[in-house]
Design a protein around this ligand. Structure first.
Ligand code: LLP
Length: 427
């Protein structure tokens, strides 16, 4: 449920028409609804209110400081995958004791930063990584709490690029090897404390059964480990709950909650969740203006000022995003591709879509773009990244300025002539 809707034939985010935002801030612009963010957080968290739990919003879905701060203000923790995400979370006022650090390729400097910041735990993806964490923690004279990310070999029935819990995926450690890993860690690594079990099987999951299947395996693992004298206090279920982009009907967090609570009865652990998409996906839209229309007998194109550099999902995964005109009209419907200005045929926001015929200058909202929208955007084709705006009731404010041409070359150095460089080296 979100707070984007038509009122008197104008499309609104809460109490502000998207045309007004487009006029004042320009396009392309990401527009988020604060009320929706809060509603999603509450819906998710309250689904687990009966049991000890911690929601760690997955920063990668949308890492804007204002969004992180909104969740931090609700008591949310954070799931991070890089030093950069840790930096952002801390800047937004996160409680480090509510931060979990996931990812297959953590660098030593990032691990050190996280240990020094006193995060809750590392979700470890290989024994080599655990050895590095142990060594760094030892050097810092600290203990690092860890969970092993287990790969339960469960099919999440989602797009192959965002499926992570199958044996063939690069993520996690197989259950049997994980058990050996915990025992090895307990006996050999003095500076890591195994305190949890972690699992994340994929994203945009629209059925309950893959979660239940994964839970069955992780539950058994927790019991086995406890039997081996390992003090498992946390079970991290990862993220992955899907949202409606088109016609999907994913389980409501309450149903997910019921299934999880049922599956973790008397396990004696605090549950951790790492939701990303379900928190922010339908709380954001990418607002863009129509630049041109190209109509031929064979094909209609609506050329807009947002491209695959702004929203990569349609090009990357062929994903569907609903498109809503800022003004509801009675024009005839045409089938068209909504395309961006990037010099690639893969640059489209919608393909063969039935849309109301539209003219240059009109404003469109590309829906469900709050998750993996701006956070995956780039400067490809030297396009400054879009502005981001937060709507709060009847008002709105910019939470990220539109990039300028100057921002594009920030940090770039024009090569110094060889002679001068030699001189610099000598010094
Ligand atoms: N935890 C871990 C360890 C993850 O890898 C992810 C997402 C999440 C939590 C959050 O998952 P969510 O609740 O958002 O499904 N760019 C893709 C999605 C990639 C997901 C990567 N990992 C997309 O646009 O669909």
């Amino acid at each position: 449920m979100h707070f984007f809707a038509y009122k008197n034939k104008r499309f609104y985010a809460e109490g502000v028409s998207i045309e007004k935002i487009a006029k004042e801030v320009g396009t392309p612009v990401y527009v988020y609804s604060k009320k929706t963010l809060l509603r999603h957080y509450k819906a998710f968290s309250s689904a687990f209110s009966a049991v000890p739990h911690l929601v760690c919003y997955s920063v990668k879905a949308n890492s804007n400081l204002a969004i992180l701060k909104t969740f931090a203000g609700q008591g949310s923790g954070f799931d991070i995958v890089s030093g950069g995400e840790l930096f952002r979370a801390l800047k937004a006022g996160a409680d480090a004791r509510k931060i979990v650090y996931s990812g297959v390729g953590k660098r030593s400097d990032e691990i050190e930063y996280a240990i020094k910041s006193n995060i809750l735990m590392f979700n470890v993806e290989s024994m080599e990584e655990m050895a590095v964490i142990d060594a760094i923690a030892g050097r810092l004279k600290k203990k690092a709490a860890i969970a092993i990310r287990v790969n339960p070999d469960v099919d999440p029935k989602t797009h192959p690029y965002i499926s992570t819990g199958l044996k063939k995926n690069k993520f996690g450690i197989e259950t049997e090897a994980a058990i050996r890993g915990y025992v090895y860690a307990k006996n050999n690594f003095k500076n890591v404390m195994p305190i949890g079990v972690d699992c994340h099987i994929g994203s945009q999951i629209t059925e309950i059964s893959p979660f239940v299947a994964a839970l069955k395996k992780t539950r058994e693992l927790v019991l086995t480990l406890k039997g081996l004298g390992i003090d498992v206090r946390y079970l991290d279920m990862g993220g992955g709950l899907g949202i409606t982009y088109d016609k999907e009907i994913p389980p409501h967090p309450t149903r997910y909650g019921e299934a999880v609570i049922e599956g973790t009865k008397r396990l004696g652990v605090t549950l951790i969740f790492e939701p990303g998409r379900v928190m922010v996906g339908n709380a954001g839209a990418l607002v863009t203006s129509v630049l041109y229309t190209k109509k031929s007998g064979a094909k209609n194109f609506i050329v807009v000022d947002a491209g695959m550099n702004d929203l990569a999902r349609p090009s990357l995964y062929g994903s569907y995003h609903a498109i809503k005109p800022a003004r509801e009209n009675n024009a005839e419907e045409i089938t068209a591709d909504v395309v961006g200005p990037i010099c690639e045929s893969g640059d489209f926001l919608a393909k063969d879509r039935l849309v109301k015929d539209i003219e240059a200058g009109e404003v469109l909202a590309v829906m469900s773009a709050g998750a993996y929208g701006f956070s995956m955007s780039s400067n490809y084709n030297s396009r400054p990244r879009a502005a981001e705006v937060m709507v709060d009731g009847a008002g709105f404010y910019t939470i990220r300025k539109r990039e300028t041409f100057k921002d594009l070359i920030n940090g770039e150095v024009v090569a110094v002539p060889t002679k001068k460089r030699a001189k610099t080296v000598k010094r």
